[in-house]
Design a protein around this ligand. Structure first.
Ligand code: NAD
Ligand code: ZN
Length: 248
């Protein structure tokens, strides 16, 4: 990676007024959680549009819960990596205002980020599909899937399935920030799942710079992105943080 790109990002981070990050599955790949569009893991076994669609869940909750339990185990074992920690540190330094994450693994919060919008919910919480009652993990009986609410409704992880709406508060906060931001870090997302993928585009229209951190180019790279640090997030973000600290 040319040092000059890291220098540029460090400079932009230091001089920007309002910085947000949009993160996706790629930032957690090095914590052992497979991405959707990567090559290995869970999603070779399970067709994502089939298994993560709310209609499939309603039609065959036993089948979908088989996948969910496997994902649950993967997420439970995962720990934040150097990229999550670098974003948390940027927040502590007063540089990063908000992380909008499409991930449901809680790893930003585990790394110490306090300003996090869970755009697609959180797989460590659970909720009844019918009456909305929230459940802690310890209250859910996983022994004979699907777990059910006292109202007999289906319990599901508190994540947004395909075919479901984004929680309105998360949506509003993320889009507000995108309108105000002058720098957006787009980390580990293929940026093809709307409406999350609209955030960097909206920010760009409002004058923000867009920086991608991703080993691969994405649909944003050519027309929206101002700078791409092409590599794994855990190798790109910590050196940028070091540069900022050294120049402070
Ligand atoms: P995606 O799978 O579509 O894309 C992953 C992106 O990450 C790709 O562009 C890939 O090149 C990049 N990437 C891979 N390794 C990387 C690394 N080490 N550092 C930086 N980038 C890396 O993921 P998406 O865009 O987030 O969309 C998928 C949807 O799936 C999201 O809505 C999310 O809710 C859900 N999801 C979440 C998790 C999780 O919570 N960890 C995991 C899988 C999927
Ligand atoms: Zn219920």
């Amino acid at each position: 990676m040319p040092q000059s790109k890291m220098n540029t990002l460090a400079e932009w981070l230091k001089t920007s007024r309002c910085v947000m990050a949009l993160t996706g599955a790629g930032i957690s790949a090095e914590s052992g959680i497979p991405t959707f569009r990567g090559v290995q893991g869970l999603w070779e076994k399970y067709d994502i549009m089939e298994f993560a669609h709310i209609d499939s869940f309603r039609a065959d909750p036993v089948k979908v819960w088989r996948m969910l339990l496997e994902l649950d185990q993967t997420i439970l074992k995962a720990r934040p990596n150097a990229a999550h920690k670098a974003l948390a540190e940027l927040e502590t330094l007063g540089i990063l205002g908000l992380v909008v994450t499409q991930n449901v693994d809680n790893l930003h919060q585990d790394a110490g980020s306090r300003h996090v919008v869970e755009f697609h919910g959180n797989a460590k919480r659970f909720r009844c599909l019918d009456c909305g009652t929230p459940y802690e993990r310890a209250q859910v009986n996983f022994s004979e899937p699907p777990p059910r609410c006292f109202c007999t409704g289906l319990i599901k992880p508190d994540v947004v399935f395909f075919g479901e709406a984004i929680p309105w508060a998360a949506h509003a906060r993320a889009f507000d920030m995108a309108r105000q931001a002058d720098l957006v870090l787009v980390v580990g997302t293929s940026a093809v799942v709307a409406p999350a993928s609209d955030l960097p585009i909206l920010a760009k229209h409002n004058g923000a710079r867009v920086v991608e951190i991703n080993p691969e180019a994405t649909v944003l790279t050519e027309d929206v992105t101002d700078l791409i640090l092409q590599g794994p997030a855990s190798q790109m973000l910590p050196p940028v943080l070091d540069l900022i600290r050294r120049r402070a």
